[in-house]
Every structure is written in structure tokens, then in C-alpha cells.
Design a protein. Structure first.
Length: 311
């Protein structure tokens, strides 16, 4: 079994499921959302990241690189035409940690030791552990093993997912966690493909399957003016979700809870750190105003949905 790379462990997380949580971020994602705030999660491989604000221009990294893959320019450290071998020598020599390697393997025992550090906080708050990414469902064997170990230790388990995976993988993962946080970005499949790189048919099928199986899930919509905050998409979303049922509802006959997550451009700086370009096609995207958020909330609620802004 190939062990996926973990690129971040976020402690005291309060927006990744109930209570205070520890969130484990796995590398690898089948989607390429233009607005993604974790673009370092796309690749399954380690990546070199650079913070220009911490760089003092000492060129220790340039001198240490055996592949001569780095150079100092007026814009700071930049990659050369030579391919980086990801040996890590540049990060070892950088005195200010301006360079860092993103993604490492964690043996299960070591990962559990990290999780156990916050057990009392998680238990006291009704929290637990959330698997995020990237897309945890890209690594079904490891994700299942990890969920089972967390369950054996008594942790509440949440998986944050796009649901872009085979139905049997979704069913298996859903059977080993207490909650799924499901991203629903757009109802029009062609627009979904334009902005994320994939169509949405598989995602919608899997959402229906979860509802029919009685699995606990929340819907989370990244709300973006110019992309999906229009009335047409909100109406189609409401019609689709209102036909579903979630066991998280007080009455099981009610449709699932929806969280509207207002857009932010945190991914912009992360692309700079990766020497890549955020929103390279210059698509019109902006954060929704408070009035737009409330309008979308009201539209969804007219269809009987319970809607929360944020979280």
C-alpha cells in the first residue's frame, strides 16, 4: 500500500466538523478548482515551496543544490530550467526557512502520536479528527486504515471530500466515519468542468447514494461571485438538495444542512510560493457581499433547506 503524503496537520480546527478538531491534510486531488486555497494539495508528490518575505538572498540554497535547479534573481529565488530532484538539500541549508518541502510520509504510529496530543481538547469539545486534502478518497486503502485506527481509539471521524470517486470507495469510506463534509460547487456540469477540470455527474450520483444509504453528511458550497452565486445555480442547487434526506436533521425527513463558505483568495499567495499563477485565465471571481450571501441563503431556505453562512 502506497502511503500518501501529509502536507499539514492543523490543530484546534473549528470549521472542519463538530467541536475542536485535528485536521490531517493529504496530498493529491483529482480536481483543479480555479479558486482552490490548497493548490499545494493537487500533486501527490513532494513539492518545494518558497516564501520570498523570509528570504535574505544569501544563496545558500543555490550553492547547495546539486541539480543547479535554483537561481537568485531580482524577484528572489526562482527555479531554473533544470529539474528539481526534491533532495531537500536547499531546505536544509536555508537559514531562514524561506524554502520548505511540502509533503512527507507519516508512519501510522507517528501520525497517531500527533493526534493523541490533543485528545483531551477534542473530547472535551465534542470534536475529533478530520481527514482533508486534497482528496482523501484518492487514497482509499490508507484512508480506510487510518479511519479504522482512529475509530479503534475512540475518535469522532470526519472526512472532507469532493466525492469525485468510485461509488464503492465512497460507500466504504462513509461506513468508517461519523460525518462527511461534501463539497458541491456547481450544478451545471460543463461549467463545473470549466472551473474544476471535471464534470459533476459522479459527484451528484454519490451525494444521492449517501442520502439513500442514510449516511450523515453536510453540504458545503464555496460561494463565489461570478462563478456560482447566481440565482440560476442556487435554484438548481436547492431543487437538487431538497429531494435528499440527511440523518443529521432533527427530523429524518428534512433535507441536508448546507454551509455557504464565502470565497477568499488565500490560494493566490500559495501559488506564488509554488512559482505558479493563480487564476491564470483571469476569470472573474470575487467574494460575495453580505447582501449576496443573505440572498443566496434565503433562496435555498425557500426550498426547506437549513442554511448556515460560514463554518
Amino acid at each position: 500500500m502506497k502511503i500518501p503524503l501529509i502536507f499539514d496537520i492543523k490543530r484546534y480546527a473549528i470549521n472542519d466538523g463538530p467541536g475542536i478538531r485535528t485536521t490531517l491534510f493529504m496530498k493529491g486531488c483529482p480536481l483543479r478548482c480555479v479558486w482552490c486555497h490548497n493548490p499545494e494539495s493537487w500533486s501527490t508528490e513532494p513539492q518545494l515551496l518558497y516564501k520570498r518575505g523570509k528570504c535574505i538572498g544569501c544563496q545558500s540554497c543555490v550553492e547547495a543544490c546539486p541539480a543547479q535547479a535554483l537561481k537568485l534573481t531580482a524577484q528572489g529565488i526562482q527555479p531554473t530550467a533544470n529539474a528539481c530532484t526534491l533532495c531537500g538539500r536547499c531546505t536544509d541549508e536555508c537559514p531562514t526557512t524561506a524554502l520548505e518541502m511540502c509533503g512527507r510520509e507519516w508512519p501510522m504510529d507517528a501520525l497517531m502520536a500527533e493526534v493523541e496530543k490533543e485528545r483531551s481538547v477534542m473530547e472535551d469539545s465534542g470534536g475529533g479528527v478530520t481527514l482533508c486534502g486534497g482528496e482523501p478518497l484518492m487514497h482509499p486503502a490508507f484512508t480506510l486504515q487510518l479511519l479504522r485506527e482512529l475509530g479503534r481509539r475512540g475518535f469522532h471521524r470526519t472526512v472532507d471530500t469532493t466525492l469525485y470517486a468510485k461509488a464503492d470507495v465512497v460507500a466504504a469510506i462513509a461506513g468508517e466515519c461519523e460525518l462527511l463534509l461534501v463539497d458541491l460547487k456547481l450544478m451545471n456540469s460543463e461549467k463545473h468542468r470549466q472551473y474544476t477540470g471535471v464534470g459533476n455527474e459522479l459527484i451528484l450520483q454519490n451525494i444521492r447514494m449517501l442520502a439513500q444509504a442514510g449516511r450523515a453528511f453536510l453540504i458545503r458550497i464555496p460561494l463565489i461571485t461570478g462563478i456560482n452565486a447566481d440565482d440560476e445555480n442556487m435554484e438548481l442547487t436547492a431543487r437538487f438538495l431538497s429531494t435528499l434526506h440527511s440523518p443529521l436533521s432533527t427530523l429524518h425527513s428534512l433535507p441536508p444542512t448546507v454551509h455557504l463558505l464565502p470565497y477568499h483568495d488565500m490560494g493566490r499567495d500559495k501559488h506564488r510560493r509554488m512559482w505558479s499563477t493563480y487564476n491564470p485565465d483571469g476569470l472573474s471571481m470575487s467574494a460575495p457581499t453580505e447582501a449576496e450571501q443573505q440572498h443566496c441563503q434565503a433562496l435555498l431556505e425557500r426550498h426547506g433547506l437549513h442554511v448556515v453562512i460560514g463554518g
